[in-house]
Design a protein around this ligand. Structure first.
Ligand SMILES: Cc1ncc(COP(=O)(O)O)c(C=O)c1O
Length: 384
């Protein structure tokens, strides 16, 4: 057998995928990291039309000019000076993240990243020989980073900091003052600030606080995946100062040649069309957020900081039980898929993440089943 490259040893399958693969068809699935919606009809129509009109060839490697212009227009309220030269269309923000890290991180460079945090930050950093350095997101601070922690972790090897708001997995949203503190910190240490704002349209209680336009050394990552429920269409984008964007454009070309062409026309239609789809979806998520928060608080030994964005409920528990074992038990005995908090870093231990991108009736039934397990734990029963 041909041996895998050594770098593959550091790339386990994500804990979320593992859970997915074990789930039966009729399971209540709180594991899903995508909206349970379909893109609006007019967007699907635009996709089909683009293909019928022969827009099926390679396009410019940084994206079709019309879409880059529309993205620049959309983001102008955050970055006044934006023009299409700041914009790179990517194959989902996943490829944008990798292209950014691969363009700026040398072997041995340290990258500050959240713990618990989104599952791709570490592997993408490790793949290029970078060193992940985790900053804690703690329940007592509502899972928002503390600049004191960042100060303790920064060294002369620190090259970049990754921030993510609204957060996957915690649902926490940074305040404007958090953004300001982090920007001051990044500026003081000359760091590249990589901001993943994949869920910027999905906030419930206050307007989204963006890093875009706050600091010149920022690479802003966004995606059409979540806002328009088109995770499978794989279009995201980067906004960065043209000097920072230049190497990323070259890297993007070498990674993907160009983003898919007809899909970009669909994304253009999504941006230019009515946004009531997005508002309706966010309203549904808001109602589910309220429901899941209420139901979690009723479960003995389970607790939650009310999530403010994205569609994840990050629940902590009091029992001395490994969260992987708990997730496995819920899957095998209750037919409920949850993601163990440790899939997002060791500080996620003692948590389970519930995605509420599922129907209200599933939320009620799934929470009823979780309740039963926690009732048994409270009565001193061991997990099987
Ligand atoms: C925080 C965060 N960033 C980035 C992504 C990647 O999204 P995509 O590659 O579909 O744009 C996800 C997907 O779950 C995410 O949760």
């Amino acid at each position: 057998m041909v041996e895998q490259a050594r770098r593959m040893r550091d790339l386990p399958l994500s804990g979320i995928r593992k859970m997915f693969e074990m789930a039966g068809k009729d399971a209540i699935n709180f594991g899903i990291g995508e909206p349970d919606f379909q893109p609006p009809d007019f967007v699907i129509e635009a996709f089909a039309r683009a293909m019928r009109e022969g827009k099926n060839n390679y396009g410019p490697s940084s994206g079709i000019p019309e879409l880059r212009a529309a993205i620049a227009e959309k983001e102008r309220s955050r970055l006044r000076t934006i023009d299409p030269s700041h914009v790179i269309v990517t194959t989902g923000s996943t490829s944008g993240l990798y292209a950014t890290i691969a363009s700026f991180i040398n072997p041995g460079d340290e990258v500050l990243m959240p713990n618990p945090g989104f599952v791709l930050y570490r592997p993408h950093t490790v793949l290029v020989g970078g060193v992940p350095v985790y900053y804690p997101l703690r329940k007592e601070f509502h899972y928002r980073p503390r600049v004191d922690d960042l100060r303790q972790l920064v060294t002369e090897k620190t090259k970049a900091i990754i921030v993510n708001s609204p957060s996957n997995p915690t649902g926490a949203c940074l305040r404007e003052k958090d953004v300001d503190y982090i920007v001051d910190f990044a500026r003081e240490h000359g760091l590249l600030l990589i901001t993943d704002e994949a869920y910027d349209t999905i906030t419930y209680d206050r307007p989204h606080a963006s890093f875009l336009g706050k600091y010149e050394s920022t690479v802003y990552l966004n995606t059409f995946s979540k806002a328009y429920a088109m995770t499978g269409w794989r279009i995201g984008y980067i906004v960065a100062d043209p000097a920072l964007a230049e190497p990323i454009k070259r890297m993007n070309y070498h990674l993907v040649a160009c983003p898919a062409t007809p899909t970009q026309y669909a994304c253009l239609a999504a941006l230019e069309g009515p946004q009531d789809f997005v508002h309706g979806m966010v309203q549904t998520f808001r109602e589910r957020r309220d429901l899941v928060t209420k139901l979690v608080k009723e479960v003995p030994g389970l607790d939650i900081v009310k999530p403010e964005g994205a569609f994840y409920a990050f629940c902590s528990y009091d029992h001395d039980v490994d969260c992987g074992d708990l997730a496995l038990h819920l899957l095998k005995r209750r037919n409920v898929v949850v993601t163990p908090g440790s899939a997002f870093g060791d500080l996620g231990a003692g948590h389970i993440r519930l995605s509420y991108a599922t129907s209200e009736s599933n939320i009620r039934e799934g929470m009823r089943r979780i309740y039963s397990t926690f009732e048994e734990l409270a009565a001193g029963k061991k997990l099987e």
